[in-house]
Design a protein around this ligand. Structure first.
Ligand SMILES: C[S@@+](CC[C@H](N)C(=O)[O-])C[C@H]1O[C@@H](n2cnc3c(N)ncnc32)[C@H](O)[C@@H]1O
Length: 810
């Protein structure tokens, strides 16, 4: 097994960084243009500002209540006959939406039906070699269904619903235009009979667009040639319609195009209702090279003596979410519905042991279980054969963490995390909670923090310079940026030197992207991209992977590339402090080394030692020592490397944190067997309870391990003694169940520096006010529902696996 360093994992993110957020990045680039009102140089813009922003609840008569943000699992579509019918099977098709008073379920089913029909027609058109299958499918939908245009939410479409393309969004009536960004009726040009546009799509086509999450500057239409703004825009068509929205207080639906920075595939997300609270007419930030030249004639229309009069002017509409709907949906990743239908079917099944086939769990029962758990109560599950625990976090997390065993191995004894007083905590503990004084941060860590701060400041300068010179969004995007997140709230690039937790100095110039605040993991990046991670990723689930691996983590929902998944939570301590009062509790299974900023010299020694250890030939039979998770072909293609357009900041010095585990000292008996047995063909019989409880004693009693005899420590051991650790043995969260892999990783670790002094300070972070107690996990690619979540524990871990309990080669 070729060892790969954790750095390799890290690097996998980097080539894609510059392209991330392409579709939606627009010219945002941290533009300190505030709300966009004063952006752009030259002529001062004309303002139209509402003294009191309209709250714009859409018409009461036809407006349904705002849709839910987090959808619960739904009944399998197979039970929904209209959908099947619309999909091309026999039956009746409902051709127009249910009446407004119909149940949300009825509306939802209607929309599902349209989407399914769209998909079928799309697939058909594609298989027929159609040039624009989405256009064809949309046309077919228009013929098949009579969906009236309307303002406000579309009943049956939830905020956060993802559409595979503009065609699908058009088919359900969310945005009725395939090409243009503003959805309006052209007859409204005179503005007299319309309340304004229905929807706008933020797709990255206009470099004047700015998307700060909660505040969007949306550029009007017209005046472009190709993608370049060459003429002044006019107050007609969509611009006039948006002005009507401003004047009448009618909100528009916002659809965001989201480009996956890895696959470059664009999906469209319905992000709810926005009010137009202001519009300006001002010079575009974009112009052509030609327009800079004095003899340019492309924009002479109103110029004096036919001379170039400056950049063309555009309308900029400031959009803010309708009150009470300020949570943009990208923070609540949701299923793709077509995919969901399939996955739901899978999730809501269990293996019927009499037939050895999957059997559907009654949907109502499943819903009840989920909702009960969501409400914080461990609701009894009527069919809980494979749901062993409803909420492992016991309410500590906003989403219940289910523990399931659907392997069909008959192991239904109930989940016991370990036979130690394991306490689920949502954030790391230290000092008082953990019964000891806070672990001091090392000098090297402090130095590293200064370096991070300096590098951050440098990158900001570069970015601001570039931004001043920028005249197009492509250019802005190519500039390496310290903004850690794309506008979708997804991590754009990993950073070996770590992320700095955000703070706000009033004018927000020094805001940094990061992953969390103290309470409820809330964080905010002002003027760069607004990101509020309220919690761990919804849908995480601990599950039995196999006898060898024990328990692992997966997610019932699709996780988007770059999405924050969770922190690695544990007890902050020095390795040598662990278990000092109760050595029997000592386990290395759940140790995350924080202090990767150990002394250079020592670190070099460690690396050399590691290299030697990696090269050591393995003894016969010790293949079983290796992780069972040999590299396999990735079930989902890894992103193709994309050359970075500009060099990334030089890595500071250290590898990412690692899980440190010692062979033979593990507590999971399952693992102990894997690691220590020299006779893998005759595995020692263990009871499921042993496997679950997995105490060292149980392991010794049930495996063929030689009794461990304490011997003198190796350099690695000594090194580890002084590591600053997160020990998730007694205190931890879901992350403690994440297994390792080399070939199939889909998560990456990011060190987080948290500023502990006032977050209002305007200076660069003072290293003495920074803590390095957090490690966040992000998805390195789109992760399909129920795919195991894995990251590389790092070289130390792999090296240790090859060593005996006493530190000697076996
Ligand atoms: C942080 S725990 C992960 C959760 C663990 N599987 C459990 O059941 O509690 C780390 C331990 O899981 C086991 N493990 C992790 N990845 C593995 C893999 N790919 N193959 C076999 N065992 C693995 C090893 O025993 C490792 O020390």
């Amino acid at each position: 097994m070729a060892p790969s360093s954790s750095k390799d994992v890290d690097m996998s993110m980097k080539p894609h960084s510059a392209g991330g957020g392409g579709a939606s990045a627009g010219g945002v680039g941290g533009a300190s243009a505030g709300a966009g009102a004063s952006a752009g140089g030259g002529a001062s813009p004309s303002h139209h500002i509402l003294a009191v922003p309209p709250q714009g609840e859409a018409e009461a008569d036809d407006e349904p209540p705002p849709p839910p943000r987090h959808k619960r699992l739904r009944t399998s579509m197979s039970k929904s006959s209209p959908s099947a019918a619309a999909a091309g099977v026999a039956g009746t098709i409902r051709t127009s939406p249910p009446p407004p008073e119909a149940t949300p379920q009825a509306h939802s089913e209607f929309i599902e039906q349209v989407r399914l029909y769209f998909k079928r027609r799309f697939d058909l058109a594609k298989s027929n070699g159609g040039h624009k299958p989405d256009m064809t499918a949309w046309g077919d939908c228009k013929k098949a269904f009579d969906i009236p245009r309307r303002h406000g939410h579309i009943p049956g479409v939830d905020v956060g619903d993802i559409f595979s393309g503009r065609g699908e969004a058009a088919a359900v009536g969310v945005h009725n235009m395939m090409m243009q960004g503003i959805d309006y009726i052209s007859k409204s040009d005179d503005g007299s009979h319309s309340k304004g546009a229905y929807a706008v799509c933020l797709g990255g086509g206009y470099c004047d667009d700015e998307d700060n999450g909660e505040v969007v500057t949306y550029t009007g239409m017209g005046g472009q040639s190709g993608k370049l703004q060459v003429r002044d825009q006019e107050m007609t068509k969509g611009n006039l319609a948006l002005r009507c929205n401003f004047e009448t207080g009618t909100p528009v639906r916002l659809i965001r195009g989201k480009r996956d920075g890895f696959t470059h595939f664009v999906t469209y997300v319905y992000d709810g209702l926005y009010n137009v609270v202001e519009y300006t007419f001002e010079p575009s930030v974009a112009t052509t090279k030609k327009a800079d030249a004095a003899d340019d004639t492309t924009n002479t229309e109103n110029g004096e003596n036919g001379k170039y009069k400056g950049p063309p002017r555009v309308y900029k509409f400031k959009l803010v979410p309708v009150k009470g709907e300020s949570n943009v949906s990208f923070l609540a990743p949701s299923f793709k519905r077509i995919g969901l239908r399939y996955m739901e079917k899978f999730v809501n099944t269990r293996i019927d042991k009499t037939t050895n086939r999957r059997k559907e769990i009654p949907a109502a029962a499943e819903d009840q279980g989920m909702e009960g758990a969501a409400a914080g109560a461990a609701a009894p599950h009527p069919d809980s054969a494979n749901v062993l625990v409803h909420d492992l976090s016991k309410g500590a997390e906003p989403y219940p963490i289910r523990v399931v065993n659907d392997t069909g191995d008959g192991d239904l004894v109930g989940f016991k995390p370990l036979n130690v007083p394991f306490t689920y905590v949502a954030t790391s503990v230290q000092g008082v909670e953990a019964g000891r004084s806070p672990a001091p941060i090392s000098r090297r860590a402090r130095e590293a923090i200064s370096e991070v701060a300096a590098a951050t400041a440098q990158m900001d300068e570069k970015r601001e310079d570039s931004h001043r010179r920028a005249f197009g969004k492509q250019f802005v995007n190519a500039v390496p940026s310290r903004r850690a997140y794309s506008l979708d709230g997804l991590l754009k690039q990993s950073s070996e030197e770590g992320l700095v937790e955000t703070w706000d100095d009033g004018d927000a110039k020094h805001a940094r992207a990061a992953t969390g605040g103290d309470a409820g993991m809330t964080f905010h990046v002002h003027n760069e991209s607004t990101f509020t991670a309220r919690s761990i990723h919804p849908g995480l689930e601990v599950y039995k992977v196999s006898e060898e691996k024990g328990w692992g983590l997966r997610c019932r929902q699709r996780i988007l590339a770059g999405a924050y998944v969770c922190d690695y939570v544990g007890e902050v301590c020095r390795d040598l402090e662990r278990g000092e009062n109760s050595p029997e509790l000592l386990s290395d299974e759940y140790i995350m080394s924080l202090d990767h900023y150990i002394e250079h010299g020592t670190h070099e020694n460690a690396k050399m030692l590691l290299a030697t250890e990696m090269k050591s030939p393995q003894k016969p039979g010790s293949a079983a020592v290796a992780c069972k998770d040999e590299p396999e072909p990735a079930p989902f293609p890894l992103p193709a490397p994309v050359p970075a357009p500009a060099p990334a900041p030089a890595p500071l010095s250290s590898p990412l944190p690692v899980i440190v585990a010692r062979k033979g000292s593990g507590t999971a008996a399952t693992t102990a067997t894997v690691i220590t047995s020299d006779h893998p063909s005759t595995p020692t019989k263990k009871t499921p309870l042993d496997a679950l409880e997995g105490s060292a004693a149980a392991a010794n009693a049930t495996t063929s391990d030689p009794p461990s005899t304490p011997t003198k420590k190796t350099v690695l051991d000594t090194l580890e003694d002084y590591l600053l650790c997160l020990d998730a043995y007694q205190y931890g969260n879901v992350a403690r169940y994440i297994n390792t892999s080399k070939g199939r990783t889909n998560l990456i670790l990011q060190p987080i520096f948290t500023r502990t002094d006032s977050k209002q300070a305007s200076s660069a972070p003072d290293p003495s006010s920074m803590q390095f107690y957090r490690i966040a996990l992000f998805a390195t690619r789109d992760i399909e529902p129920l795919e195991e979540l894995l990251y590389d524990y790092g070289d130390l871990y792999w090296a240790k696996l090859r060593k005996g309990a006493d530190g000697r080669e076996e």
